[in-house]
Design a protein around this ligand. Structure first.
Ligand code: ADP
Length: 632
């Protein structure tokens, strides 16, 4: 029989397992039991939906059999089993398990930790075994198969005999050495302990033959002293109550954390756990988690949102997307409801009233839990926000702002005056009596925004400004329009709602006076700007750019990074500071040397672009113009 080679990636993981020095190698049992439970889930679900008779829930079990003499530990299940192709596919490669993709994303040094805390599945068996044998028979098939491997050299698959459907995983346990004790994995008391610790919630009985001492029949009477005999009896090691059906008071944070990490393949504790049960219009148990940080694929197209969906304790869907709105796509977890039919198809599920009701309740619950975290534990909320705030902001923007009311209280932005993240409500609370708008300014970083000339006037008034650094920010605010009756206003807007920016007789007169010069400069810029104006917002800088109309310069930048040929242009306005010496110079030159004004218009425009973080059209020409000026 030819030995088949493991796929390259599997080989690497296998190597890690075999040479693992990880002290928590005991988790191999949890992994194999979880696989067995999944295999039973699959068959049970099939039985219910395809109406297979003769399979009852009570018939399913997992069995653990230690054999000290043979040094084997067998984990058996009567689940779906695997055919030859599935054996090859599932145990010859770990592509499906996600652990390798995760490992790639992370520092190599973390390897050891990942083995212990991250679900590594079947391969973990090699941490304790010299040889692993799998004997399996698919449900409804005549043929059984044996898969065997002693590690990295590869594995063999051949036909085998097996009485009934399901899978036996037979581990040949490594010999103990002076430093390493493997014998413990053959001890019933230790195995019982491990099942209790890691697999108590598994919903099928995990059985083991255990020696029990019994009073011998006919003894222990008046004439005969008590005699005892040892008999082997089946013991069910787990309580079988899934964690989400347990009472909250019975559970410790560690129980939830353990469950989360194992079930959702994370190696960090969740940031927040929500355990809720509801009766009435919708009856369900839900156990939801917010991860401490985004999963490695969270911000990729591959990421799929969704919660596990159980109908009366039977897993019917692994990722039910309809249970979560996109703006809470980071939530992991499960819902178990008795109101759903097992036979329901994916398409029908989408229109299921009950499911909609559950989804609405869960959304409200998640919102209120986040709100309460924001109020009670700001530091933790900020950790959350750093990971997932972007998702909330996209949520505000999407669906034409339909989720504004749900999400607006959960947003944080950096504040110019507080020098930290603040909520919109906090901003509003601090607004000055005469302040009309909630001001914001956009840029790449907080530091860069803080230096923008456009913010000078607002700062002079002592108004707080929200600094927006994410692409989506301004779009989100524009979609919201206002918060609690106060409109948002960009620091670059023409009208900032303050005295200086209002049109007065004086400002009109000034503009009138410089009309010729401003028009001349506009023409000199040959269509690059919609207008050249006297600024009302500039204090110490000579020049800045602003935009008329609905599209700001920031939005222009963002929109133009998106795929598509259509380029968007904000209606650019070049603003000049009439109190700046440069302006006096322009006026002077306009009378004596208009050509100079032409070239200065270009210089000033380019300067404004640079301040804004926008590319200048011809850097070489700009540099030459500056040099000419220096050499004058
Ligand atoms: P994961 O469970 O993360 O997918 P594993 O390496 O643990 O990765 O298992 C790989 C695949 O092998 C499983 O997805 C499953 O299809 C199959 N498998 C493992 N154990 C069993 C079993 N006891 N019965 C049936 N199929 C199994």
């Amino acid at each position: 029989m030819a030995t088949r080679e493991f796929k390259a990636e599997s080989k690497r993981l296998l190597d890690m397992m075999i040479h693992s020095i990880y002290t928590h190698r005991e988790i191999f049992l949890r992994e194999l039991i979880s696989n067995a439970s999944d295999a039973i889930d699959k068959l049970y679900y099939q039985a219910l939906t395809e109406d297979i008779s003769g399979l009852s829930r009570d018939d399913f079990f997992i069995r653990i059999t230690p054999d000290k003499d043979a040094r084997t530990l067998t984990i058996s299940d009567n689940g779906v089993g695997m055919n030859e192709e599935e054996l090859e596919e599932n145990l010859g490669t770990i592509a499906q398990s996600g652990s390798l993709a995760f490992k790639k994303e992370n520092d190599q040094n973390e390897e050891i930790d990942i083995i212990g805390q991250f679900g590594v599945g079947f391969y973990s068996a090699f941490m304790v075994s010299d040889k692993v044998t799998v004997i399996t028979k698919p449900y409804g098939s005549e043929k059984a198969w044996r898969w065997e491997s002693s590690g990295a050299e590869g594995y063999t698959i051949e036909e085998a005999e097996k009485a009934s459907h399901g899978t036996d995983i037979i581990l040949t346990i490594k010999p103990s050495t002076e430093d390493e004790n493997y014998d413990e994995f053959l001890e019933p008391y230790r195995l019982r302990e491990l099942v209790k610790k890691y697999s108590d919630y598994i919903r099928y009985p995990i059985k083991m033959q255990v020696e029990h001492s019994h009073l011998k029949e006919g003894t222990g009477t008046e004439d005969k002293p008590a005699e005892y005999e040892t008999v082997l009896e089946d013991e069910t090691l787990n309580s079988m109550v899934p964690i989400w059906k347990k009472n909250r008071s019975e559970l410790k944070p560690e129980d939830y954390n353990q469950f989360y990490k194992e079930k959702f393949f994370d190696f960090q504790d969740p940031l927040l756990t929500i355990h809720s049960s509801t009766e009435g219009a919708a009856t369900y148990n839900a156990l939801l988690f917010i991860p401490s940080r985004p999963p490695f694929d969270f911000y990729t197209k591959e990421f799929q949102k969704g919660l596990q969906l159980y109908a009366s304790g039977v897993l019917i869907m692994d990722k039910c997307a309809d249970l979560l709105p996109d703006y809470f796509s980071f939530v992991r977890g499960l819902v178990d409801s008795q109101d759903l039919s097992l036979n329901i198809s994916r398409e029908m599920l989408q229109h299921d009233r009950q499911l909609k009701l559950i989804a609405d309740r869960l959304t409200k619950k998640i919102k209120s839990e986040l709100k309460s975290m924001l109020e009670k534990d700001r530091e933790k909320y900020e950790t959350f926000y750093k990971s997932f705030g972007l998702t909330l902001k996209y949520g505000v923007y999407s669906d034409y702002g339909a989720h504004k009311d749900t999400l607006q209280d959960l947003l944080l932005f950096y504040s110019s005056s507080e020098k930290k993240l603040v909520t919109l409500a906090e901003y509003k609370e601090r607004m000055k009596e005469d302040q009309k708008y909630i001001y914001y300014a956009c840029g790449d970083t907080v530091e860069k925004i803080d230096r923008l000339p456009q913010t000078e006037l607002l700062k002079d008034h002592g108004y707080e400004i929200l600094y927006l650094t994410d692409d989506v920010d301004e779009f989100a605010l524009k979609m919201m329009r206002d918060f609690d009756g106060k409109e948002f206003r960009s620091a670059a807007d023409k009208d900032l709602g303050i005295e200086e920016t209002a049109e007065t007789e004086e400002s009109k007169a000034r503009a009138e006076e410089s009309k010729e010069l401003l028009r001349f400069m506009k023409d000199a810029l040959e269509g690059k700007v919609k207008d050249v104006r006297l600024s009302t917002r500039l204090k110490s800088h000579p020049v800045c750019l602003s935009a008329d109309g609905g599209i700001s310069l920031e939005m222009e930048k963002v929109l133009n990074t998106m795929p598509g040929d259509q380029k968007v242009q904000a209606e650019r306005v070049l603003e000049l500071n009439a109190d700046h010496p440069v302006f006096a110079k322009l006026k002077e030159l306009f009378a004596s040397n208009p050509d100079k004004v032409k070239s200065y218009a270009g210089l000033l425009y380019n300067q404004a672009l640079l301040i804004e973080g926008l590319p200048i059209e011809d850097p070489v020409a700009f540099s030459t113009a500056v040099c000419d000026l220096m050499a004058e």
